[in-house]
Ligand binder design. Structure first.
Ligand code: ADP
Ligand code: ADP
Length: 227
């Protein structure tokens, strides 16, 4: 049974007289524990696919079943609930909130979900330990290197035990050393059973994933399973 099931997913952007098929009739199944690299040239639909998978955007046509539940026909409020509870995001630009501490950044999505403070504290501490940032809990993001900020962002993404982890060029703003550290972290999460969909431009990083889905003009043109 697929954790992610896309059936004929199509996303059309309409801007004055121009129709762009950002995604055309995508059929995709992702099983629990898979690590999918999404690759393709600029404009091929990678970001749009990740945004739809993350329920940050809707589709024009087609179905998206997440863990057996149809999620595109939910109300915007229910989609936000599913997103907050079941989807972890890692962005290229980290997206930490500058005037909250590391601890508070990781805690925020758990607070949105209404989790009691004691459980939040336990989860935040465990997540920060997992990424090796427990000793920086009281720091502000601005006091951290880019690599450290991305590790905090990974902690924020996994603290709530999401069904899927979505990463958009997670190493795109990092030097190679810090990039490798983030890839190592994702490798550990994968070994721990995480399901990851990751947009990347780096062929070496794509090869670390268990599967590579290649997009071109909004279509899946190659789907290579490695193990
Ligand atoms: P990628 O992430 O692979 O670079 P995108 O998903 O960003 O590709 O874009 C796919 C196509 O959809 C491109 O032609 C892009 O110009 C178009 N597109 C993306 N977002 C929008 C938008 N908000 N409005 C109009 N067109 C868009
Ligand atoms: P709402 O507007 O309904 O509050 P949001 O767009 O704020 O919904 O997103 C809800 C949840 O989705 C957040 O709590 C977070 O877990 C995740 N999320 C969405 N966008 C971001 C983002 N830019 N940075 C971090 N988390 C995000």
């Amino acid at each position: 049974k697929a954790l992610i099931h896309l059936d004929g997913l199509t996303k059309v952007f309409e801007t004055e007289e121009v129709e762009t098929h950002a995604l055309s009739n995508i059929h995709l199944n992702v099983r629990k524990g898979e690590w999918v690299a999404i690759v393709g040239p600029s404009g091929s639909g990678k970001s749009t696919l990740l945004a739809v998978l993350g329920l940050l955007d809707t589709a024009t046509r087609g179905a998206y079943m997440l863990d057996g539940r149809s999620v595109l026909d939910l109300s915007a409020a229910d989609r936000a609930l599913v997103r907050n509870r079941h989807i972890g995001f890692i962005f290229q630009s980290f997206n930490l909130i500058g005037d909250l501490t590391v601890f508070e950044n990781v805690e925020l999505p758990l607070t949105y979900r209404g989790m009691p403070a004691a459980e939040r504290k336990q989860r935040v501490e465990r997540a920060l330990e997992k990424v090796g940032m427990a000793h920086r809990a009281r720091h502000m993001p601005g006091q951290l290197s880019g690599g450290q900020q991305q590790r905090v962002a990974v902690a924020r993404a996994v603290a709530g035990d999401p069904l899927i982890l979505l990463a958009d060029e997670p190493t795109g703003n990092l030097d190679s050393k810090n990039g490798e550290a983030v890839m190592q972290l994702l490798t550990e999460l994968h070994k721990g059973g995480a399901t990851i969909c990751m947009v990347t431009h780096d062929p070496a990083h794509a090869r670390v994933a268990t599967r590579t889905v290649s997009l071109f003009d909004g279509r899946v043109v190659q789907d290579e399973q490695r193990r």
